[in-house]
Design a protein around this ligand. Structure first.
Ligand code: 5RP
Length: 226
């Protein structure tokens, strides 16, 4: 099974985690794309779902599929959010933000009654930071000064796209901080968010109600307490 096939399996399995109708948070990324496509098919078949997108790309996809969307302003009453992750540890703590959407993703995650995370099995690791750097959205103003402060936590790189800094949907910079294995994701998240200019980190601690992991043996369902 290719990684893409596993992502599709996870994305489609997430449909079974939804209520029969309701407000659904729409994550960002290539795995979530498969979920949004499946949700689009459910809406086209008469399903009463309304989406809240976590990025402009998810908004565009959902709109193109005819999924009705709520405004960005909130407040929302979100039943379930389905989103991807870059790294998942044994305690179901997450690194997210490979797609640069972690701020909107975190706001929508916190606004949801339930959060379903969908990954292929390559995303599992025993310790966060072993395989991924921590993505940080940094306020445009004084971003290089903020990046200098972030260097206390690891090796800092500017996220680039097409030879220019990659900006977030909110017009901010993205930095990736390679920390190495993280002893306490919660403590690191708190310390990073204490740096002036940090808008949000990609550390999601205690924010997954279930993780669907797809691989050659099908889809596993991981719960926070085992
Ligand atoms: C975007 C995210 C994504 O969910 C994460 O990067 C996983 O992406 P993919 O499903 O493409 O592997 O956090 O900000």
């Amino acid at each position: 099974m290719t990684q893409d096939e596993a992502k599709k399996l996870a994305g489609e399995a997430a449909l079974r985690e939804l209520p029969s109708a309701g407000v659904i948070g729409l994550g960002t990324g290539s795995t979530t794309r498969f979920f949004i496509e499946a949700l689009g098919r459910a809406v086209q078949a008469g399903g009463k779902y309304i989406g809240v997108p976590t990025s402009e790309s998810s908004r565009a996809l959902a709109s193109s599929l005819g999924i009705p969307l709520l405004s960005d302003d909130g407040p929302w009453d979100i039943d379930v959010t389905v989103d991807g992750a870059d790294e998942v540890d044994d305690a179901l703590e997450l690194i997210k933000g490979g797609g640069g959407a972690q701020t909107r993703e975190k706001i929508i995650n916190f606004a949801s009654k339930r959060n379903v995370i969908i990954v292929d099995e390559t995303k599992l690791s025993s310790r966060l930071g072993e395989r991924w750097a921590v993505p940080i959205e940094v306020l445009h103003f004084a971003h290089a000064q903020t990046a200098k402060q972030l260097a206390a936590f690891g090796v800092v790189t500017t996220r680039m796209r097409d030879g220019a800094p990659r900006m977030t949907d909110s017009g901010n910079f993205l930095y990736d901080v390679a920390t190495g294995p993280i002893a306490s994701p919660r403590a690191l998240d708190a310390a990073l968010r204490n740096v002036p200019g940090v808008v949000e980190t990609g550390l999601f601690c205690g924010r997954a109600d279930v993780v669907l992991v797809a691989g050659a043996n099908g889809v596993g369902r991981l719960l926070p307490n085992g």
